[in-house]
Design a protein around this ligand. Structure first.
Ligand code: FES
Ligand code: FE2
Length: 475
């Protein structure tokens, strides 16, 4: 005979709310490799092994992506209540969503019942997420609102305790949303530190702010995520060689290519969590990354920042760990003028020596639809899966992962050279009166920017806070 009452406990146990905060132990081999990495970096070298190693990768997921601020997306991607997109922190799946009250949230994409993923489309609009497994339903705030057969199956369940879990820290810097899955740590502003000064030049130069156009492009490559972060941090030394053919056929101007001997002033600089290269013309040239004057507004920039924006035809940079950008005057047709676009790029770790590129195209929000279309086309022609610059980079980065995973490199203790710009190596010298923060050089024949990225990698992998102060003996 069926029971007409529930014989479950009067007061079922609640959901634990505290994290365990487990420290991640690594093997002695990995500990030694991290230590060796730090020692070698002081001499301007790197053990190639860290670019393709299973244990290093697992440690990166926990010590870097489990701790640092990681870029999630731009607020203009989800302008309406209910807009959402799938995103990742390390390899962990999250839902980037604007809820009914317009609050932006980063929800762990795992049902609180038995853990299935809720989000089945890469992006869309919804007021609720319904789990495909047993049908639990959650509002886009993460609150649990529906449990099938609740009165028979889950009478004592306290729905308030069983909502979706959110990334513990989510912050928005001028439209750029970052999250950290660590409960504690520096605020996003503290983390970005002095690099905000450079970031502001890019985020505040466009009239109406910057806006994402379309969906991010995504594609996979047999390259380690660090290859992209290192390159954009910024290795402008490669531009004149790896991208020579693109410049020769006229898709970008020689004077902003970073080719030594050009009239352009090249500055590479780093500050705290980031580093950047800037190709500066004379300020009176007013190139503003290729944007037509009517779409430029520098009223939120300081005079020094506005001068830099006016002079800058190309800039790349990386914010540790895996967000980079390029702001570029270019064209997809040698017969057309250069036009500007801004690309945010995320080097999504997939496995050791394997990553997924994510690339967002942005343009000034108040630009005409016609201009935004043009900016998008230029970005597709240069930095996208079919972009000419992009394919040059893809053709060279996978060799690094191959070498890093090789037995020969392991047996030889094969190292990479990052000594350019160190004493006795190049003519690059520090600009004492440079307007921006950090340390700036007068030439791109300098790899301090890349060493900044790898120095931050070493710090994070050693459990220290990210944020570089450049060692005196490297200057
Ligand atoms: S796993 Fe989601 S409802 Fe069961
Ligand atoms: Fe490149």
């Amino acid at each position: 005979m069926a029971q007409d009452h529930c014989d479950c406990p009067e007061d079922p146990p609640g959901r634990p709310t505290t994290s365990t905060g487990v420290d991640y132990e690594v093997s002695d081999r990995v500990e030694q490799l991290i230590e060796q990495h730090g020692e070698m970096l002081e001499d301007g070298m790197l053990p190639v092994k860290v670019y393709n190693d299973e244990e290093i990768f697992e440690a990166e997921l926990r010590r870097i992506f489990g701790q640092c601020w990681v870029f999630i997306g731009h607020e203009t991607e989800i302008p309406e209540p209910g807009d959402y997109a799938q995103r990742y922190i390390g390899k962990d799946p999250f839902i980037f969503v604007r809820d009914e009250e317009e609050e932006i949230r980063v929800l762990f994409d795992s049902c609180s019942h038995h853990g299935s993923a809720l989000c089945r489309a890469e992006q869309g609009n919804t007021s609720h997420f319904r789990c495909p497994y047993h049908g639990w339903t959650f509002k886009n705030t993460g609150d649990l609102t529906g449990v099938p057969l609740k009165h028979q199956a889950y009478q004592g369940l306290d729905a308030e305790e069983w909502g979706l879990v959110e990334a513990p820290r989510v912050e928005n810097y001028k439209g750029m949303v970052f999250a950290s899955i660590a409960e504690e740590g520096p605020s996003l502003e503290e983390y970005l530190g002095d690099f905000k000064w450079y970031l502001d030049v890019h985020l505040d130069v466009g009239k109406g702010g910057m806006e994402v156009i379309g969906e991010p492009h995504r594609w996979r490559a047999d390259s380690d995520w660090k290859s992209g972060a290192d390159n954009f941090s910024a290795d402008s030394y490669h531009t004149a060689y790896a991208h020579r053919s693109v410049i020769e056929v006229g898709f970008a101007a020689d004077e902003i290519s970073g080719t030594p001997g050009q009239e352009t002033q090249m500055h590479v600089t780093h500050a705290d969590s980031g580093s950047t290269s800037l190709r500066l013309l004379e300020p009176e040239d007013e190139i503003y990354f290729g944007y037509p004057e009517e779409y430029v507004d520098t009223s939120n920039l300081s005079e020094a920042q506005a001068d830099m924006a006016a002079a800058c035809g190309a800039a790349t940079g990386t914010i540790f760990p895996n967000l980079s950008f390029i702001h570029l005057a270019a064209t997809n047709d040698p017969d057309e003028d250069l036009d500007g676009f801004f690309s945010l790029r995320k080097w999504q770790p997939i496995g050791p020596g394997t990553m997924e590129f994510w690339s967002w195209v942005l343009a000034p929000a108040d630009a005409s639809d016609e201009y935004k279309e043009r900016a998008y086309d230029v970005a597709v022609g240069t930095f996208s899966p079919s972009g000419n610059f992009e394919q040059d980079d893809l053709a060279v980065w996978d060799g690094i992962a191959d070498a890093a995973g090789s037995v020969f490199a392991e047996q030889q203790g094969f190292n990479m050279n990052y000594q350019m710009g160190m004493p006795g190596m190049s003519k690059a010298s520090i600009v004492d009166d440079f307007d921006g923060p950090g340390t700036a050089w007068d030439d791109n024949l300098e790899e301090g920017t890349c060493r900044t990225f790898h120095g931050n990698w070493h710090k994070a992998m050693s459990g220290e806070d990210v944020g570089m102060s450049y060692p005196e003996d490297h200057i």
